[in-house]
Design a protein around this ligand. Sequence first.
Ligand SMILES: [Fe+2]
Length: 249
Amino acid sequence: MHCHILPGIDDGAKTEQESLKLLQAEKEQGIDKVVFTPHFNPERISLEKFLRVRQESYERLKAAKGFSALGMETKVGAEVFYSVRLVDMDISGLCFENTNYVLIEFPTNVRPYGITHTVQNLIGRGYTPILAHVERYQYFTQDPTQLYDLVMLGCVAQVNAAAVVSGGSYKGVSALQYINWELAHIICSDAHSVDDRPPNTSAAYRLVEKKLGEHYTAWLQKNSLDIFQNKFFDIPVIHKPKKFLGHWR
Ligand SMILES: [Fe+2]
């Protein structure tokens, strides 16, 4: 539910052949359902143009030899770069197909203006924001109560498989810690290419199982399936991180 596999649309797969290789690699990770989420930045391209280009890319991939043989269930979505302009936009076309879930990414270093207002607006209009790779944002990792507050408003939080496996290369709270607190609800590959940023969710799941236990991997998988099927997502957060002797617990 976070990957850049559609051909020729962003910094992910360039050609249909590369897309097929990535899908094959996803399959080898045990994945049989994929939401394609190419980058969309409302400051850079009109919504109409993005939706048209995405549809063309999706059609090309579906027509490619070998696509149907993979037997993947696929949907289109987008990784939407955060903007306060989202409050004035009809974002239904950006949601995961036939769902109310929309993947949103924030800038990495500085908390942008108006997140709470924008998120409340989207939730009030019936959408559920999924916050992309929450382990990346310094303002969250250094103060995870900021993420807690957004999750309590009704956001879902996603972490990248690579961050789970690496143990967290960003300062502060790690992706695994977020999962441990049930403050991150899904793991995605954010796959871009077979060589550079390949599908790698199975290693992340193995690590979660080893460190946190099987009930966590079952919970993560159920969350993913619920979102894919547009089921109501009941966010179970009960733990508000607190700082104790310089560490978040
Ligand atoms: Fe991404």
